[in-house]
Design a protein. Structure first.
Length: 299
C-alpha cells in the first residue's frame, strides 16, 4: 500500500473516478491511497443519502488510509433563493451535507453559494451573509465542526467572485472560500486569470484578507475549462484546455500554500489529470528546494 505523503498540498479528485474498482466512497478512499493521492472530495452533488453507519465507515476508512476528506454539497443550494419554500429546501441540503459530512470525518463542506437573480452584488451579499450566519449558528450549536466553503463560481450570473467570498470569510468565522481556479479563469471570460502574476495576485489577495492562515488552510479546485463571454461552459481535460497549470502550481509553491486540491476532469482523464497536477507540483517543489540550497551554498 502506498504511504501518505508529507506534501503541504494534498491532491485528490472530486467524486469517485471511473477507475475506482468498486462502488462506494470507501472504495474511492482506498483507490486514492493506491494511486498515491492524499485527498478525496466526496460528491454528494445530487442529494445526501447516506446513513450514519455508512458515515462512520467512511470516517474510519479516511483515517486508516490517511486520506483527508471534503464534501461537495448538492448543486441545488441557493443562499439567495427567491421563495420561502425554496429557501427552506436549500437550507436543509446544506445543513444535511454538513452534518453527515462531519460524521464521515470531512473537515470542509464545499457548495455553490447561489444566484444573483439579476440583483446587485451588494444586496445579494447581505442576504447570503445573513443566511450563512444563521446556518453557521445552527451547526455551531450542534457541535458540527466543519468549515463551510462557498466556491468561486464560473458563470457571471452566479454569486461567488473571489472578492465576495473573501469578504464573507472575514465576516463569518468558520467560513472560508473554496477557490476554483478554472472558474476564476472562465469567469474573466477574456482569457485572463491565467498567468503566474495573476495567480500570485490571487494568493496575495487571500493573504491580505485572511492572513497566513488563509494560505495555510487553502481548499481549491483545479481543472481545464471551456468558457465564453458569460463564463464557464464545461470542464475540459488539461490537454484540451488553455489553463496554465504549471504557472498556477509554481505560484502555489512560491506562496508556500498548505491545504488540499480536488481535481475535476471529464473521464477518462479524471485520475490522469489529478496525478499530472500532483506530479507537476512535486517536481516544482523539488526544483525550488534545489535552487534555494544552491543559493545557500554560494552565499
Ligand atoms: Zn462545485
Amino acid at each position: 500500500m502506498a504511504q501518505s505523503t508529507s506534501d503541504p498540498v494534498r491532491f485528490g479528485t472530486v467524486g469517485s473516478p471511473q477507475t475506482t474498482p468498486r462502488s462506494g466512497t470507501l472504495a474511492a478512499i482506498e483507490h486514492m491511497r493506491d494511486l498515491g493521492m492524499d485527498h478525496l472530495e466526496i460528491a454528494w452533488v445530487h442529494s445526501v443519502r447516506v446513513s450514519d453507519e455508512t458515515c462512520a465507515t467512511i470516517k474510519t476508512g479516511g483515517q486508516k488510509h490517511a486520506i483527508t476528506l471534503s464534501i461537495h454539497a448538492p448543486y441545488y443550494i441557493n443562499l439567495n433563493s427567491q421563495t420561502a419554500e425554496l429557501m427552506r429546501k436549500s437550507d436543509e441540503r446544506l445543513l444535511l451535507a454538513a452534518r453527515k459530512g462531519f460524521l464521515a470525518g470531512a473537515t470542509d463542506i464545499v457548495f455553490h453559494p447561489g444566484s444573483y437573480h439579476n440583483q446587485s452584488s451588494d444586496l445579494v451579499y447581505e442576504r447570503v451573509k445573513e443566511k450563512l450566519l444563521e446556518i453557521r449558528g445552527i451547526l455551531d450549536d450542534e457541535g458540527v465542526d466543519v468549515t463551510l466553503r462557498p466556491e468561486t463560481m464560473g458563470k457571471v450570473a452566479a454569486f461567488g467572485t473571489l472578492d465576495e467570498l473573501l469578504q464573507l470569510s472575514r465576516d463569518i468565522p468558520g467560513v472560508l472560500p473554496c477557490i476554483d481556479f478554472a472558474h476564476l479563469h472562465a469567469r474573466a471570460g477574456d482569457g485572463s486569470m491565467n498567468s503566474y502574476d495573476e495567480f500570485a495576485a490571487i494568493f496575495k489577495a487571500v493573504k491580505a484578507a485572511l492572513g497566513n492562515d488563509g494560505l495555510h488552510t487553502l481548499h481549491a479546485h483545479m481543472s481545464g475549462i471551456a468558457y465564453g463571454p458569460r463564463g464557464e461552459k464545461h470542464h475540459l481535460p488539461l490537454n484540451e484546455a488553455d489553463l496554465r497549470y504549471r504557472d498556477l502550481l509554481q505560484a502555489l509553491v512560491d506562496f508556500d500554500v498548505h491545504g488540499s486540491v480536488a481535481v475535476e476532469a471529464p473521464e477518462p482523464f479524471h485520475v490522469a489529470d489529478a496525478l499530472t497536477l500532483q506530479a507537476t507540483y512535486r517536481r516544482l517543489r523539488q526544483q525550488k528546494a534545489a535552487t534555494s540550497s544552491d543559493t545557500a551554498e554560494k552565499s
